[in-house]
Design a protein around this ligand. Structure first.
Ligand SMILES: O=C(O)CCC(=O)C(=O)O
Ligand SMILES: [Fe+2]
Length: 208
């Protein structure tokens, strides 16, 4: 289940991290920004396979008006202090906490994981606004492995999509500043035939 089709290029056995100095920032206005670094991870195939096989993925249901619907992706969550499901994720979190220490003022603490099984899985427009992120600046750092999917961003108070970032195998994206309050993000469904993708979101304490 959820196996990678072998179409991806990165066959290194060990998952590793490149330097973060290649990060490029895009300002979105109103204090929101996005940092992007394609191909941060090497050996991303190995990470994908381990996560797909070993994370206790959960299907969730949510109330939508008068009916209960299946959330269109599988989920897992690792709270503060819980061991992460792959050592490369621990290394990644440490590297991100160090890189952003001065600007963020606190470490990344939790990891949310999503598994998009195919192009029908998605996440609808939203901000990660549960907790302090509803009122304070924060950062959400996302590591993406598996088939590429677009992350789209638009202003929360209306308006067209400002940015469409193709997130590929081993890529890093960081949403920062006011992004969770002033912008919304989504991973739209794809009509193309796409294989599975796993997203790992690192957040600070008290932010979901
Ligand atoms: O799949 C992604 O990279 C985004 C997931 C997301 O926005 C969320 O879980 O809050
Ligand atoms: Fe989100």
């Amino acid at each position: 289940m959820h196996a990678l089709q072998g179409s991806l290029f990165d066959q290194a056995d060990e998952t590793g991290l490149g330097p973060l100095r290649g990060l490029r920032r895009t300002e979105l206005g109103a204090g929101a920004w996005v940092d992007h670094l394609p191909g941060w991870l090497t050996g991303a195939d190995a990470l994908f396979e381990r996560l797909a096989a070993e994370v206790p993925w959960r299907a969730e249901r949510r109330q939508m008006y008068d009916r209960e619907v299946e959330v269109p992706r599988l989920l897992a969550f690792y709270g503060e202090g819980e061991p992460l499901p792959h050592p490369a994720l621990t290394t990644a979190r440490t590297a991100l906490s160090r890189h952003y220490a001065a600007e963020l003022g606190e470490p990344f603490a939790t990891a949310g994981l999503c598994l998009y099984r195919d192009g029908r899985d998605s996440v609808a427009w939203h901000g990660d606004r549960n907790g302090r992120s509803a009122t304070e600046d924060t950062m959400v750092a996302i590591v993406s492995v598996g088939d590429p999917r677009d992350l789209t961003l638009r202003p929360r108070d209306g308006g067209a999509t400002l940015l469409r970032l193709p997130l590929g195998h081993g890529d890093l994206v960081v949403m920062g500043g006011s992004c969770q309050r002033t912008m919304e993000h989504a991973v739209p469904k794809s009509a193309r035939a796409v294989g599975p993708r796993i997203s790992v979101q690192f957040r600070t304490r008290g932010v979901r």
